[in-house]
Ligand binder design. Structure first.
Ligand code: 3HC
Length: 293
């Protein structure tokens, strides 16, 4: 019988995790949003509140539905609150050892039937899954930024993912109003594998002073009909995240297309992370405030 995911844990409430928590709560699921400390919890809560206020202001959500959505999210710093969750989605930073150790802890806390999902954008789901005693019930669920808006969800299956788990996660994605695609466990999956060579090339062009940031972005928006230029998109994704994704893909494939442009590492090291830090290729008025596009 298909699993009915009712209670979902989301661990990590950064840009992606907060967006994922919002999508789940908007569709009637009860969410436990977990962060490691009060500051991060407040940032996650502010992100969701900001996004729902914006939906109310646009007439997309009634004030009552926005309040009900927020009520469906329990913000907590305790992983043990996930003991009864049907599904846990991890959205912590892109470091394999961090993710493996989180899932090891969750393995001891959650029920045997609980499905574990990682929102990793480029790490190996297989390597994450074998840190648990249930590799067959571990999948990738990769959302796109901004999660409440973008329709795609990549569902990553490993060689041991149980077929019914895959089917149930696909059904959940559809319930969330997303279009799932299912793929194997290869760095970058489909979308990032195709997208990041292009973004990296744009950063290299900018670094070589080949053209201004505005002209690089305008060329792709106005010439190719993309919603955002590549440097604006890198700022939205976050330059730390973009660097990690490129680095992982490069290490796996050794394809020079994905060798991170040096400027990305320099900007990451200097704390120029894009929208979330207030400065990246462009500057933003309110650092730390959730993405306003
Ligand atoms: N949170 C919630 N809703 C948001 C939002 C956010 N951060 N940003 C925009 N929106 C909503 C708006 O409220 C609006 O909703 P409505 O249609 O119901 O009124 C809708 O999105 C469109 O927004 P705007 O009219 O303000 O602006 P745009 O038309 O320019 O759209 C955009 C904004 C959807 C972000 C668009 O510019 C876009 O699609 N950009 C490309 C994004 C992209 O490529 N994402 C993928 C990145 S790669 C990735 O995430 C993978 C990961 O592994 C790194």
């Amino acid at each position: 019988m298909a699993r009915d995911f009712k209670t979902v844990g989301v661990v990590g409430l950064g840009t992606m995790g907060a967006g994922i928590a919002e999508v789940l709560a908007r569709n009637g699921l009860h969410v436990f949003g977990v962060e490691m400390d009060a500051v991060s919890l407040n940032r996650g809560r502010a992100h969701v509140a900001h996004s729902t206020r914006r939906a109310v202001a646009k007439g997309k959500l009634s004030p009552e539905d926005a309040a009900a959505l927020l009520d469906r999210i329990t913000f907590t710093a305790e992983l043990t609150d996930l003991a009864e969750a049907d599904l846990v989605i991890e959205a912590i930073p892109e470091r394999l050892e961090l993710k493996r150790s989180l899932f090891q802890r969750l393995d001891a806390i959650c029920r045997d039937e609980t499905v574990f999902a990682t929102n990793t954008s480029s790490l190996s789901v297989t390597e994450i899954s074998v840190a648990t005693s249930r590799p067959g019930r571990v999948v990738g669920i990769h959302f796109f930024n901004p999660a409440p808006v973008m329709k795609l969800v990549e569902i990553v299956r490993t060689v041991v993912t149980e077929p019914d788990v895959l089917a149930d996660v696909e059904a959940l994605a559809a319930r969330l109003g997303k279009s799932p695609v299912v793929i194997g466990d290869k760095a970058g999956f489909i979308a990032n594998a195709l997208l990041f060579g292009y973004l990296n090339h744009a950063a290299t062009m900018y670094e070589a002073r080949y053209a201004t940031r505005e002209d690089i972005d305008a060329a792709m928006r106005l010439g190719c009909g993309l919603p955002m230029g590549p440097l604006t998109l890198l700022d939205l994704i976050g330059l730390d995240t973009a660097y990690e994704i490129l680095d992982t893909m490069y290490k796996q494939s050794r394809d020079r297309l994905h060798a991170p442009a040096p400027i990305l590492k320099q900007m990451k090291t200097a704390g120029l992370l894009g929208r979330k830090s207030g400065r990246g290729f462009y500057t933003y008025e309110q650092p730390g405030v959730p993405t306003v596009v």
